[in-house]
Write a protein that binds this ligand. Sequence first.
Ligand code: RNT
Ligand code: ZN
Length: 419
Amino acid sequence: MSMIEKSFEIACEIYQSYGIDPVKAMEKLENIPISLHAWQGDDVVGFENFETAHTGGCQVTGNYPGRARTADELRADLDQVMALLPGTKRVCLQAHQVDKMIPGVDRDGFTIEHFSSWLDWAKAKKIAMDIAPCYYSHPKLDNGLSLSHPDAEIRKFWIDHGRAVRRIAARFGQELGSASVCNFWMPDGFKDIPADRYTPRKRMAESLNTIFSEKLDEKYILDCVESKLFGIGVESCTVGSHDFFLMYAARNNKMICLDSGHFHPTESIGDKLSAIIAQQGRILLHVSRGVRWDSDHVILLNDELLSIAREAAVYGYLDKIFFCLDYFDGSINRIAAMTIGARNLQKALLIALLEPTELLKKAESEFDFTSRMALQEKIKTLPWASVWSYFCEKSGLPGDFEMMQQISSYESKVLSLRK
Ligand code: RNT
Ligand code: ZN
């Protein structure tokens, strides 16, 4: 019996004394799909052409060697990431991560042809794909505005982009047998105090209505809208704020995307999940980590992540929560960034699935808040790590630090050769 197995056995006994079965928790974890954000691999540069990359709306810092420069390189990197991850994986693209550009066709004319190798790859890997339209890093993001721009021609370009990507998503969903999450995030906003906050918001809502007027089957596509508080260069007003999008989602029966880096630095999204699910549908989580003014650091196993995972997992509505990673760090090995973050989310979910929730709820129902606190504190030291190590071993995978050997070897054989 290996050390990991021995320690798992002891952990099982301990958890059973709290009425929890770690085997069941692992089975649940195995089946929670995590959508891997392909954009960590190419620093959100995309594969259209280099001139449009980072012309506004989204920024990445760091120049660690090995950025994927083509869709082929990115797929190879994702293969490596997926080979190190237990559980169910899917992949999410930004719409500028095209396989090939077709001369004379811009984002407003993208079709499934632009993504055919992605589709073939996903079929071969038996994974599902999500995709988000890309409203940044393009000259038509004019003065920081896309769907809310005063010029109808510019709005039309971006409306057509949204329509095009929805059709691609629906194709992904249809061909891969799992509805594709199509998430709309627009960087539109103002660096300084606007004279008119109302009209851009009105235009944004109308543009979205036009995009969504084409009915596509929910079996194939799940529309989603993502809010944000502020970004670099958009400090004073974001058109698609949380109030704007929560209201839009509720009225139009769309899914809301909560990005954990898109709120006030002291505001946690953990509390928002039940507030929304108690009244409406589903939630897409962009699992990220805000640090001061950046919303997209690699996720760590910190209190915020634990509370998000806990709130997503303990009420029995896990099937209503969609998990997508969303961060990008160009200053460290990108394969490691993706894998460490994904594993952290899985660990947080495992901890939640191992929680003796019934005991906590019992204390609460008796208004015994003292015992509730004592138990909450005890839970923090229960041996979840033994269950996690066993889960990795059973999946034929190395531990969290041991996996660095494979990552380093991929770095020297593949990534370091990308000049
Ligand atoms: C940006 C949003 C958005 C992006 C992607 C790359 O703040 O979170 O989801 O991260 O479009
Ligand atoms: Zn996001």
